[in-house]
Design a protein around this ligand. Structure first.
Ligand code: ADP
Ligand code: ZN
Length: 765
């Protein structure tokens, strides 16, 4: 028997054949981790396939291949035998394969679909501490009072006797706890151990990041009509999945307005899956993975849940992974990478906020966890639920064409919760009245003052991408746009020029606004810190907090800020996307969106979609309690459909209009888009090579594949590397991959340059 092995850290994107010695034949399975000699070094590898014979060896026997493989790694020619033979596997790690068979299949699919080295894809299945095997289970010392000793009782001082009695009374504890609780030293305990009065032994202790949180159990809620039908639909799929001969169940798109009770549907669907003895995975965007969210799942499933979180230490991550692998935790809640959680006998995958761009990994393999979840569900023959109030247009179209089944929740679930009243504030008028661009309108400031007077809370929202790279006229709202591609031009400061990142077209910046002639035509841009300063000046007595990437780098400080806000200590919370997701603040009655335009004019065809999503999500943060909420949207483009439709959370109206444009312009979801970015120190060399690659793809592709020119990226130079981009669009990725692979094989990227291939790119800036 031979094993085809992916070598950890090889970055070669290929499998290598090794012989499986008879003594390992029983343990060596697909997914096993093995130790091998790779070239001149010892390496770790993963068994991807088992086979009777090596293709290389049979070729060698037939005389077709007499020399070792070009890099001398595959086949060793043993001199005494004078014929090629495979190197053997040196050892197999552990008894059970570290990778479950469906996950291995998933990794191979990812390698192919995302054009990523297979060993990279396998790596992404395993958290770093598991991969390195560095963090072993943590062992701690546990102290107990000894059984009543036989024969002579040990002679103890009064103090020692008290201590032993105390330990006996509490039934023992971790050494550190005992030391802290009873004010003694480890030495005292060691002495007692020698005297035979206590025992101290090593025990395994799970590092539980949420251990000291109080969880109040919750019971399933009585569902409303919409929720019942949605749950019924999911349960039909779950039942269908039980029949292995039935086709794999279709994913369900759970389209429910903010606050419509999607989470309750997930919870009850998961409960049903657990009843059947299966497990479930819930994906949540990283920034929405707050203790509040975790609490809702923990309250229902208690110990059965494992939480994967970026703030976990290596040890915690390792422990959670082990608990999942051992089947102790049957429900996994986590961000993107939790889609790879080693849940055996998977019964359901939930992707909450499925439209979230953070599900896309921004390094190789550049997978989208939503799409990987759909693929994993398919491979595991189980349903997937994709939930959102503002589905990605890709998912929406999949629902329209019948690839996904749709379930709708049309109203807010809590009895007294109503949709908020949304005001659109035209900042052009503000500007005309005051004679200069302002960050706050009088209306919004008045509304904040009202809330402070009534003791209610305000959220002020600013997209961090406020450092806009597009040109917007502050007088009339005119945005410089490429006529051929209908997206905002990117302003390139270094040569004072506007460029289109789709077609490569460019033009000079006009001195005054082409629409209204205003000479103050310039970049809009601001940040949360500046907003905080202004608010503090206007409302000196208010308690203000800010939450963004800078203010939340410390572990759990995110939690502290939200805790203070929730308890009512903070009057005004200012933040970025971080505050837009999934949080419940019953006392928030006002949401201000300081500059809606900042996400509208990013040079990306998804700008409108992103803006609609943000506005709908942010407005969803208000009016969750019994007091009606109000939202003020400040904008320079009040008539934009993304702004208008968000006013009534009219997703379908927005989607209809947006899809018509996408179809017209041949953008996703009407095509698949691959974005290549090449960077290197020599601009001419980068431009020339990417140009050659573009030409080669064009030659190799069929006529349905659109290949752009190579153009400078919107970040044209970073760390002294010049960056160029190339867009390839086609009806399916399958039609892009072959000509692209051929083009890359024929145009090797030299070591000095770096190429990234982003399949189904979500951001093209
Ligand atoms: P979504 O995830 O769709 O934004 P949530 O699941 O957060 O909505 O629910 C919003 C609020 O409605 C929560 O406070 C939740 O407890 C409540 N809720 C959900 N379902 C019901 C129900 N069937 N009856 C009463 N309240 C409900
Ligand atoms: Zn263009």
């Amino acid at each position: 028997m031979i094993a085809r092995i992916a070598i950890d850290g090889a970055a070669s994107g290929r499998l290598f054949d090794y012989a499986v010695p008879p003594e390992f034949a029983a343990e060596c399975a697909v997914g096993s981790r093995v130790r091998v000699h790779f070239g001149r070094r010892a390496a770790l590898g993963y068994v991807v396939e088992l086979a009777e014979e090596s293709d290389y060896l049979s070729a060698a026997k037939d005389g077709a291949c007499t020399a070792p493989d070009s890099d001398g790694l595959l086949i060793d020619v043993a001199p005494e035998v004078k014929r090629p033979s495979l190197k053997p596997i040196e050892a197999v790690d552990g008894d059970a394969p570290v990778i479950l068979p469906p996950l291995m299949r998933l990794a191979r699919w990812m390698a192919q679909y995302y054009m990523a080295p297979v060993e990279r894809c396998i790596q992404s299945l395993l958290p770093a501490p598991v991969r390195s095997g560095r963090s072993r289970e943590m062992v701690r010392l546990y102290v107990e009072a000894a059984e009543a000793p036989q024969g002579e009782a040990p002679k103890l001082t009064k103090r020692q006797e008290e201590l032993v009695a105390d330990i006996r009374r509490v039934g023992g504890g971790w050494l550190q706890q005992v030391v802290a609780e009873f004010k003694c030293t480890p030495d005292t305990l060691r002495r007692l151990q020698k005297l035979g009065a206590v025992t101290i032994e090593e025990r395994q202790r799970r590092r539980d990041p949420f251990a000291n949180r109080r969880v109040i159990p919750s019971k399933p809620l009585a569902l409303n009509g919409d929720q019942s039908s949605a749950l019924g639909l999911v349960l039909d799929r779950v039942a269908q999945a039980e029949d292995a001969s039935a086709p794999p169940p279709k994913p369900v798109l759970l389209f429910g307005v903010t606050g419509s009770g999607k989470t309750e549907v997930y919870l009850q669907a998961i409960a049903a899956v657990l009843e059947k003895g299966r497990g479930a995975i819930v994906l949540v965007p990283e920034i929405a993975l707050t203790p509040q969210t975790v609490q809702r799942f923990a309250a229902r499933f208690g110990d059965k849940i494992a939480v994967l979180h970026s703030a976990l230490s290596d040890g915690e991550r390792f422990d959670e992974w082990k608990r999942i692998r051992a089947g102790e935790a049957r429900v996994v809640v986590g961000p993107r990478s939790a889609v790879f959680a080693p849940v055996e006998n998977l019964g359901l995958i939930v992707v909450d906020e499925e439209h979230e761009p953070s599900y896309k990994q921004d390094e190789s393999p550049r997978y989208n966890a939503r799409d990987v979840a759909v693929m994993r569900a398919h491979l595991e023959h189980c349903p997937a639920i994709l939930g959102s109030a503002t589905p990605a247009l890709e998912s929406w179209r999949n629902a329209k064409t019948g690839k996904y089944t749709i379930a709708r929740l049309a109203r807010r679930a809590a009895e007294d919760a109503a949709m908020p009243l949304v005001h659109i504030v035209d900042m052009r008028r503000e500007m005309a009245e005051s004679g200069q661009p302002r960050l706050f309108s009088k209306e919004l400031l008045d509304a904040i003052r009202q809330r402070l007077d009534r003791g209610e809370q305000t959220l002020l929202f600013l997209n961090r991408r406020g450092y806009s790279t597009s040109l917007v006229c502050p007088s009339c709202g005119h945005v410089a746009t490429c006529p051929a591609c209908d997206i905002a031009y990117t302003y390139h400061r270094h040569d004072d020029c506007l460029r289109c990142h789709i077609c490569g077209g460019w033009r000079r910046v006009a001195d005054r606004c082409p629409e209204c002639g205003d000479p103050k035509y310039k970049c809009l841009g601001t940040g949360t810190q500046r907003i905080e300063q202004i608010v503090a000046t206007c409302f000196p007595r208010a308690t203000i907090a800010r939450m963004d990437a800078d203010s939340t780098s410390r572990k759990m400080s995110h939690d502290d800020i939200l805790g203070a806000f929730k308890s009512g200590k903070t009057d005004i919370l200012i933040g970025t996307q971080m505050i837009a997701k999934g949080l419940h603040f019953p006392n928030v009655t006002l949401v201000g969106i300081v500059m809606a335009d900042s996400s509208l004019h990013i040079p990306d065809f998804r700008a409108g979609e992103r803006t609609f999503q943000l506005l709908a999500q942010v407005s969803g943060r208000t009016g969750r309690g019994s007091i009606a909420g109000e939202v003020y949207v400040q904008t320079y483009t009040p008539d934009h459909p993304a702004v208008q439709m968000a006013k009534t959370e009219n997703f379908e109206g927005f989607a209809d209009g947006e899809l018509a444009i996408r179809r017209e312009m041949n953008y996703p979801p009407y095509c698949h888009l691959t974005c290549l970015t090449l960077s290197g120190p020599d601009e001419d060399a980068v431009a020339t090579l990417l140009g050659r690659i573009a030409a080669a793809v064009r030659r190799g592709a069929d006529s349905g594949v659109a290949v752009s020119d190579a153009v400078p990226a919107s970040l044209p130079k970073a760390n002294n590397q010049f960056r160029y981009q190339l867009m390839v669009r086609a009806p399916s990725t399958a039609r892009i991959l072959p000509p692209l692979s051929a083009a890359l094989a024929a145009n090797r990227v030299p070591d000095a340059m770096r190429l990234s291939v982003d399949i189904d790119a979500l951001s093209i800036c």
